[in-house]
Design a protein around this ligand. Structure first.
Ligand code: SF4
Length: 292
């Protein structure tokens, strides 16, 4: 496939080399979050959204990036500026391309943990829908091997991309963020009506959806936003919600990438901030997990 064809398919001008190959930036093993049991979470690179609170800013660009960790740098007079030649590891590449076979092999290293804990593999990001064709084929392989599968997504893509992928999932961890249509568009570049339509579509197709609501001071952490979430969910067959409180742990990565951290000085909410919103959701009959 030519580069221009890849760009057209992925819509967002990301230079993914082919649709036989995915671009990822991390594989996190032994995770107790993002699905049931012990999980291997694969983080896909590239995201069309711009959440000011994003904890993974290295996920946003679909390109492979190079960063310099100043503390590790030997400050040699002549720096070749080449990751492979850097003797101290100060230069690092963020992102790599993987094939279906290669990624399956990497995931299966943890098979024993999946079997012993009813765990499995979660595809996260970034936004996995930007590489939906690869992800669908990959999860189909895992399912044939009896491995539990999940994705985490903002759900903002055509149904033609989302539904086949969701059909390969035991759980779809479906983010609901800013519930005001205009603000969602302006701040997150998210088409909220499409997201909500997609969520209804998945539930109508019998797919197990777990909505996740990031609790972000100044954006989503209001009674009004939670009311809107609960209104949307009320007619749907959904029994569990995840609340994801804001944390600033991603901040150092912003300076590494030379990007502004828009949440500067905003502390993580404490239990007393979270409790009223949790109570609202519990009172509406949902099983709540804080953290995900
Ligand atoms: S959708 Fe997720 S990965 Fe994308 S910017 Fe928002 S928090 Fe970050």
């Amino acid at each position: 496939m030519t580069l221009s064809a890849a760009r057209r398919i992925n819509c967002k001008c990301i230079d993914y080399p082919t649709d036989e190959t995915a671009r990822i930036f991390n594989i996190q093993r032994y995770s107790l979050n993002d699905g049931q049991g012990i999980r291997t979470v694969i983080f896909f690179k590239g995201c069309p959204h711009r959440c000011p609170w994003c904890a993974n800013p290295e996920s946003i660009s679909g390109s492979i990036e190079t960063v310099r960790r100043e503390k590790k740098c030997l400050h040699r007079a002549v720096c070749l500026n080449d990751v492979d030649e850097c003797p101290s590891g100060a230069l690092a590449r963020i992102g790599r391309d993987v094939t279906l076979d290669g990624l399956e092999k990497e995931a299966l290293k943890d098979d024993i943990f999946f079997r012993s804990s009813s765990g499995g593999v979660t595809l996260s990001g970034g936004e996995v829908l930007m590489q939906a064709e690869f992800a669908t084929r990959f999860l189909a392989r895992l399912r044939r091997l009896g491995i539990n599968t999940a994705i985490e997504t903002a759900g903002d893509a055509s149904a033609a991309r989302l539904l086949p992928l969701a059909r390969q999932c035991d759980d779809v961890l479906f983010d609901l963020k800013i519930m005001d249509e205009k603000q969602s568009k302006e701040v997150l570049h998210i088409n909220l009506p499409r997201v909500l339509k997609n969520m209804r579509l998945l539930v109508a197709n019998g797919i197990h959806v777990i909505p996740r609501i990031p609790l972000i001071p100044g954006y989503t952490m209001t009674r009004e936003n939670m009311c809107r979430v609960l209104d949307v969910l009320a007619p749907l067959a959904i029994d569990e919600l995840h609340l994801l409180p804001f944390h600033p742990y991603g901040e150092p990565k912003y300076s590494l990438l030379d990007r502004p951290w828009q949440m500067k000085g905003i502390p993580a909410p404490d239990e007393s901030d979270i409790a009223p919103l949790r109570l609202m959701a519990e009172s509406a009959g949902y099983r709540i997990k804080v953290g995900g």
